[in-house]
Design a protein around this ligand. Structure first.
Ligand code: GEK
Length: 262
């Protein structure tokens, strides 16, 4: 498949996002919100939003760097799919120093990629792997010669019917011995477990300063957009794609990360 992407350059940037802004997107709105989109307003507050909404996020990102150090091979590629502000690419960059290794970070939101460009500063570091930023839909890109692919809280935004094909393409693009890191919000088969963990997630958000109104509006906005599946559904899909070793290496409440090795 041909690339149908736009290579990001800083001239595409509309206004400089401030990575320090606090997420107050749903703090004052009284009406039911529209479906969630990764636009300029979200990009401005993204880092604060994800840290205060996803328990374990910082640790997953940091550990993904460590995993990259383990799996990255010389003259191969690591893909950061749905890179947002490039946290995973930055973590990988810190741990990998293989000759000829490079990182391709992809996101379909121009606003997120502008934020990413500010933080990653691709190409500025002589002794660190280069990072290429690509503005594209991850369903359209070619994955090739990969030693690592990271889907860090991104598959959850892909329509259910298209997930199998994407995982299959990732498997095909990985070199033998390469790995996929798949982090997701997860659902539970057991109603009691679902209820308890959802309550604890609510507690997490309240403890991080979100009001009941903000939590409820954000939930409505994400309802049709973020579709969580159970760990067993993820495992089955990975197995079906051909991954031989599949393990959950991190879980914090309803957020888990799987490692799948080819
Ligand atoms: C992190 N990985 O900080 N193609 C490309 N990008 C997409 C697509 C798509 N089809 N769908 C969604 N995105 C990041 C966090 S956030 C998770 C990932 C969250 C992008 C979308 O624009 C957004 O930037 C990202 O995936 C999801 O480790 O906000 O919960």
């Amino acid at each position: 498949m041909l690339f149908s992407h736009i290579r990001y350059n800083s001239a595409m940037k509309k206004s400089p996002p401030d990575s320090q802004q606090r997420d107050r997107l749903y703090a004052d709105s009284q009406q039911a919100p529209d479906d969630f989109v990764f636009d300029e307003a979200v990009a401005q507050v993204f880092d604060d939003m994800i840290r205060r909404s996803v328990p374990g996020y910082a640790q997953v990102v940091a550990m993904t760097g460590l995993l990259a150090g383990h799996f990255a091979k010389a003259d191969s590629v690591a893909y950061d799919l749905g890179c947002s502000s490039g946290a995973v690419s930055r973590a990988m960059r810190q741990f990998v120093q293989q000759p000829g290794f490079r990182i391709i970070a992809v996101d379909k939101s121009e606003a997120m990629l502008a934020h990413c460009h500010d933080l990653v500063q691709p190409g500025t570091s002589a002794d660190r792997p280069p990072v290429e930023l690509i503005c594209a839909d991850i369903r359209d890109i070619t994955i090739h010669n990969a030693s690592l692919v990271c889907l860090n809280f991104t598959l959850q935004f892909i329509p259910l019917a298209q997930r199998e094909e994407l995982i299959q393409r990732i498997f095909s693009g990985l070199n033998p011995g390469g790995a996929l890191v798949l982090s997701e919000k997860i659902a539970f088969d057991n109603a009691g477990q679902q209820e308890l963990i959802s309550q604890l997630h609510l507690d997490y958000k309240r403890a991080h300063g979100y009001s009941a109104l903000e939590i409820s509006h954000k939930r409505s906005a994400l309802e049709n957009v973020l579709l969580a599946e159970t760990l067993s559904t993820h495992r089955q899909r990975l197995q079906q794609a051909g991954f031989s070793l599949i393990t959950v290496w991190h879980q914090s409440l309803n957020f888990a990360s799987l490692l799948a090795v080819k």
